[in-house]
Write a protein that binds this ligand. Structure first.
Ligand code: PXL
Length: 272
């Protein structure tokens, strides 16, 4: 099994990005290397995290990997600490992007960008989306990236409108947050030739960090040989099960740990 490399921040408390991606992908039987782009004391849903930009570390780390002949079967990029870090991601794609490239333009939710982000961040993520084989925006991110004005709606028409606009510049879109009715949630996929929509009963709570879990399982499952819709269905089920385990204060992250055994078993069965 080839190694996936995930380039994200390392948020020390609060379970998001690398601290959920590495264990989840590893449980799927996919070796996972990490390129930390920034160190944060918590994710940014808590006020006042201590932040250290690690770009000065990441660039020489890429040189070192190249000097030892490192190769990767896939790349998963996501949250950028600064818009400049798009350059770092592009360098990772240029040097190690022979396999699958997945980008999760993690920059907002519920119609708004995360704290401290602005139009430069949208432009930075747009550059990465244009290079990736698959992108995983939620509806907020899809609207910001595509220029389709955000509306508080989650129906198929809105998903199609955002995806159609994005597909003018990207290869394939897996939009999260498609919800044909208030008590369901799922995803919409299109690569311009085929489309697929899936919705299942929604757990009546939204949790911080679920986008990173969804990205981890989808990417790991594609590397394990599933199609994108199959991979996304597995990811949606894993996220649903994890939310069901999570207590009221989800700022400290989704309780996914107890579901890793279930996920590992599902992946073992793929080879049976
Ligand atoms: O889950 C996306 C994410 C990743 N990294 C950091 C974040 C967030 C979302 O808020 O703050 C630092």
């Amino acid at each position: 099994m080839k190694t996936l490399v995930s380039m994200q921040d390392l948020s020390c408390l609060g379970k998001c990005s690398l601290t959920v991606i590495h264990p989840t992908v590893s449980a799927m039987g996919v070796p996972c290397a990490v390129l930390p782009t920034a160190l944060l004391s918590t994710h940014t849903a808590f006020p006042g995290p201590v932040v250290r930009d690690l770009s000065d570390f990441a660039r020489p780390a890429l040189d070192h990997w190249q000097s030892i002949g490192a190769e990767f079967g896939g790349i998963l990029t996501g949250y950028l600490a600064t818009p400049d870090q798009a350059e770092l991601a592009l360098e990772l794609y240029d040097r190690f992007g022979d396999g699958l490239i997945v980008h999760d333009p993690a920059m907002g939710d519920h119609g708004r960008l995360y704290s401290g982000m602005g139009p430069e961040m949208v432009a930075a993520h747009r550059r990465l989306c244009e290079r990736a084989d698959l992108i995983l925006p939620n509806l907020t991110e899809g609207a910001w990236l595509s220029g389709v004005p955000y509306e508080d709606r989650t129906d198929l028409d809105f998903c199609r409108r955002i995806a159609t606009e994005l597909l003018k510049n990207v290869k394939a879109v897996l939009l999260t947050g498609y919800a044909p009715t208030p008590d369901t949630v799922g995803f919409y996929y299109s690569d311009g030739r085929t489309e697929f929509a899936h919705a299942a009963p929604r757990y009546p709570r939204s949790c911080h960090g679920t986008g990173d879990l969804f990205a981890a399982v989808t990417t790991g499952a594609i590397l394990r040989g599933l199609t994108v819709p199959e991979a996304a269905r597995l990811a949606a089920e894993f996220v649903h099960r994890s939310i069901a385990n999570t207590g009221k204060d989800s700022r400290f992250g989704v309780a996914f740990e107890g579901e890793l055994g279930w996920l590992a078993e599902k992946c073992r069965m793929l080879n049976a």
